[in-house]
Design a protein around this ligand. Sequence first.
Ligand SMILES: [Zn+2]
Length: 110
Amino acid sequence: MPKTAMRKCPSCTEWFYPDRYNAYQQTYCTKPRCQAASRQASREKRSAKNPDHFRGTWNVERVQQWCREHPGYWRRGRRCSDTSLWRRSRKKGDGRFVNSYAYRGRSAAG
Ligand SMILES: [Zn+2]
């Protein structure tokens, strides 16, 4: 089966070979500019999927506002304004996904 087919980068419109282990999710080429575009696009996709969740600065403000109103909730070693907390938990989830499912499942299916 073909492991890596060439793809066209939607940002710079050049053809490229996606990374073998990353092919299922790599839509953009490896140029820094296109990687930035890729991150931006996935952010937009995510916020479209979860309109009530990650909405950039609007969400940060909302969380901080919520924290001010519920100071007790965050007392266990967490700081209210520490919005990196949200990023961290999401990153953890991605790692688990890649390790357990994506590497084997998708590449085996072709
Ligand atoms: Zn590109």
